[in-house]
Design a protein around this ligand. Structure first.
Ligand SMILES: O=C(CO)COP(=O)(O)O
Length: 519
């Protein structure tokens, strides 16, 4: 029977501040693509005060939350305690029990731990049951005896073994930097399993997961996890570092670890810039991690009200145009409309294509506002040449890197094994434009962002090149500048014809999240 690995991060009474927790979670998020969550279950044990503070962040990482302790009573006059049922009520699935620090610093006995285990079983709460010997006990050859005693006290209370994980944590290895050798840990954990087989049943012994804990770190975890009776780790100090993810990825490496080098060298050979490589790496990491990126409706509220254009109090200010770039997203081909060129080359009316009308709109604004408006296109490698050719006649618009930057290319991915797709007959088919979400990496990687910032541009108006209704509105620009928001979106009521496109929703926890924004 194969047992799913389980790794716990026991933060104990750390870190010192809420802010530090958030920083740690941010660092973990970056490394997450290296972890295959189908191979390893991860639970984090924050201090009790923060058990629900990071629920959304932990869920986003695919990690469960585990308490570090619970009381041995039901609800009542027990100041400072909390019950197993309280933890279930908070939505938690796990708690640690019997940690050696509770036993040695707070006087918890085997009987106390057993009572707590009983309460958790009644409440349906999973328990990571910590056992382990002290140094003198190991040196006195009493390791197995101690483990049997601590575990044995709890056995009469356990009915549901699916809700029990055992953490073997030799006390002499906890927080000392003195890790058990893989052989020592394996020998002891094998003995624990043998004891369960004899005292409970071979089926339980076979299925129950046994973690090792005590000075586990990214360097020593790979050898330990190879042992047949080590089913994961309970990590203390090393779980407070960004490199905790290295431990998890050593236990459950994702496809990313295996295939990313092939993508990196392919993109470097193709001359992709670093921003393009980083952006693709992030997206590929999300894909290969198997993360569920859907936001369930239970986490969303509808957007009930937004400021309306008519009610905006600001005064239009044409001077802001000097600091504003008008950008049209022009990477898409008109294939769906029978055109193998840029969609914006389709004729719309009176012999004018979308591009012609855009050029005329820009010329009109320059005249109307008496300012030299900065206009650019984000093209794709498939639309650049045709677009520049078509716009040659509008000499005022500028040309080359003054008029366009080209969005990145992303390597196509083979669906079956996530390897880079190959097409020997024509290797250009191995690449695709990554879509308009590539706006920021493309601006950054092409050097366009730096160039514009140096010239004093601060604001950018973005719309699709086939959206002729979207024009720069001075009142909205002034409102945007005044709000100091990093991003603003102009939205309209849907019509019955609107079947596709974005949907506005409000996260119950975060700010407004229009679904079209890459975030
Ligand atoms: O006590 C532990 C986890 O519960 C182990 O702590 P360290 O990993 O810091 O040795």
């Amino acid at each position: 029977m194969s047992r799913k690995f389980i790794v716990g991060g026991n933060w104990k009474c750390n870190p010192k501040t809420y802010k530090e927790c958030n920083e740690l979670l941010k660092a973990w998020k970056k490394a997450l693509p290296n972890v295959d969550r189908s191979k390893v279950e991860v639970v984090i044990c924050p201090p009790a005060l923060w058990l629900t503070s990071f629920t959304e962040s932990f869920e986003g990482l695919g990690f469960g939350v585990c308490a570090q302790n619970c009381g041995k009573t039901d609800a009542g006059a027990f100041t400072g305690e909390w019950t197993a049922a309280n933890l279930v009520d908070l939505g938690l699935k796990w708690t640690l029990l019997g940690h050696s620090e509770r036993r040695s610093l707070y006087g918890e006995t085997d009987e106390d731990v057993a009572e707590k285990v009983g309460k958790c079983q009644e409440a349906g709460l999973g328990v990571i049951l910590c056992i382990g010997e002290k140094l003198e006990e190991r040196e006195g050859g009493k390791t197995d005896e101690v483990n049997k005693r601590q575990l044995g006290a709890c056995l009469p209370k356990i009915k549901d073994w699916d809700k029990i994980v055992i953490a073997y944590e030799p006390v002499w290895a906890i927080g000392t930097g003195k890790v058990a050798t893989p052989e020592q840990a394996e020998e002891t954990q094998k003995a624990i399993r043998a004891y369960l087989s004899q005292a409970v049943s071979s089926a339980v012994a076979e299925k129950v997961r046994i973690q090792y804990g005590g000075s586990v770190n990214p360097e020593n975890c790979a050898e330990l996890i190879k042992q047949p009776n080590i089913d994961g780790f309970l990590v203390g100090g090393a779980s407070l570092k960004p490199s905790f993810m290295d431990i998890i990825s050593a236990v459950g490496p994702s496809k990313m670890v295996e295939v990313w080098p092939a993508y990196a060298s392919k993109m470097e050979k193709e001359g992709c810039n670093q921003a393009a490589i980083d952006a693709f790496k992030y997206n590929f990491g999300v894909l290969s991690s198997g993360a569920d990126v859907m936001l369930p409706e239970s986490k969303l509220d509808p957007v009930e009200s937004l400021p309306t254009y008519e009610k905006l109090k600001v005064k239009p200010d044409a001077r802001l145009l000097k600091k504003t770039l008008i950008l049209k997203l022009n990477g898409g081909l008109g294939t769906g409309m029978g055109l193998d060129k840029a969609k914006s080359l389709l004729e719309v009316t009176g012999g004018n294509t979308f591009l012609d009308l855009i050029a005329k709109q820009v010329a009109n604004m320059k005249k109307e506002f008496k300012t030299d408006l900065k206009f650019m296109l984000m093209n794709s490698f498939a639309t650049s040449a045709d677009t520049l050719e078509a716009l040659k006649k509008y000499t005022d618009l500028g040309t080359g890197s003054d008029l366009e930057f080209v969005q990145n290319k992303a390597p196509k991915v083979t669906e079956s094994d996530l390897s880079p797709a190959t097409w020997e007959k024509d290797s250009s088919h191995e690449w695709c434009p990554p879509g308009h979400g590539d706006l920021y990496p493309a601006m950054l990687g092409s050097g366009t962002l730096d160039k514009l910032l140096k010239k004093g541009y601060r604001y950018m108006f973005v719309s699709n090149s086939d959206n002729l209704g979207a024009t720069m509105d001075l009142k909205i620009l002034a409102h945007f500048v005044q709000s100091e928001a990093p991003f603003m979106m102009e939205v309209a009521e849907r019509t019955d014809a609107d079947k596709k496109g974005g949907h506005l929703a409000q996260s119950k926890v975060r700010q407004l999240i229009p679904s079209l924004i890459p975030w």
